[in-house]
Design a protein around this ligand. Structure first.
Ligand SMILES: C[S@@+](CC[C@H](N)C(=O)[O-])C[C@H]1O[C@@H](n2cnc3c(N)ncnc32)[C@H](O)[C@@H]1O
Length: 253
């Protein structure tokens, strides 16, 4: 099982423990679009954490994901959305949308032809939006303790930047690639800090849905989660620095 396709095995836990997205996310996308957004294609929709935020704005959404178990949960929580099973690189390029977006999913897509495919799925002047960001412990001392407890089982659960752009550079991936692409214009990076407080149990539940943890053999994963649980306080503060990248496909609106 590849790291990108492990989420379905924990689809119910994913829905239970992963935090949703703030309404400001959709507001920022719609404000950037500057014109009505009637249709959208979502890449890697998972259980629909972002889908429900966009669906609240009466946008006709086609939610896609390669994992049927994730889509089954999405259909239960976001009725009325069209779902299509498929990896982004395999989706047919037969329809165009006002908006193409992805939340915590773009880095899992095949790099070859990625931006050409996004551009082909947009109406002229249509908008692409990609949201992501780490769920870091706010307290550096606690983060060090947790890293120490995890280390015998798992060295790191970070997801490296697909093009190697460092986390502290002014423009991060995929903004870097969108800026370099002749297919897109007006590339912007918007920070959406979204601090979250979780109970100890919910934080451990959240860790159990992260791809690097899913790759561990089940007994090792359980031992690692227990080791982390042992050093956590009852309430855990998370920084959750969400970053939104926006771009407009070249072409007259
Ligand atoms: C971290 S989850 C994000 C799910 C959801 N967008 C959210 O924000 O909660 C990543 C999702 O990307 C999907 N995925 C993996 N490989 C993909 C690919 N090649 N194309 C599209 N989606 C993919 C996984 O099945 C999973 O549902």
């Amino acid at each position: 099982m590849s790291r990108a396709l492990g989420f379905g095995s924990v689809a119910t836990a994913y829905e239970r423990y992963r935090p949703g997205y703030p309404p400001e996310l959709v507001d920022a996308v719609l404000e950037y679009a500057g014109r009505p957004v009637a249709t959208a294609l979502e890449i890697g929709a998972g259980t629909g954490k972002a889908t429900r935020a966009f669906a609240a704005h009466a946008i006709e959404i086609t939610a896609t994901d390669p994992d049927e178990a994730m889509l089954a949960v999405l259909r239960r929580h976001v009725p009325g959305v069209t779902t299509v099973r498929g990896a982004f690189g395999d989706l047919p390029l037969t329809t165009t949308y006002d908006l193409v977006y992805a939340a915590a999913a773009m880095h899992w897509t095949r790099p070859e032809g990625r931006w050409e495919r996004v551009a082909a799925l947009l109406v002229p002047g249509g908008v692409f939006a990609s949201l992501g960001g780490p769920l870091d412990l706010a307290d550096p001392d606690l983060a060090a303790k947790v890293a120490g407890a995890r280390a015998p089982y798992l060295a790191s659960d970070d997801i490296p930047s697909p093009d190697g752009t460092p986390e502290d550079s002014p423009m991060r991936w995929p903004g870097t690639e969108l800026t370099a692409s002749p297919l897109f214009t007006d590339v912007r990076q918007v920070e959406l800090p979204s601090p979250t407080v979780l109970s100890r149990n919910d934080y451990v539940g959240l860790l159990s849905t992260i791809s690097a943890w899913l790759e561990l053999p089940p007994t090792v994963r359980e031992a690692a989660l227990e080791a982390v649980r042992d050093v956590l306080p009852e309430q855990v503060d998370l920084r959750r620095d969400l970053t939104l990248h926006l771009a407009r496909v070249v072409g007259d609106p």
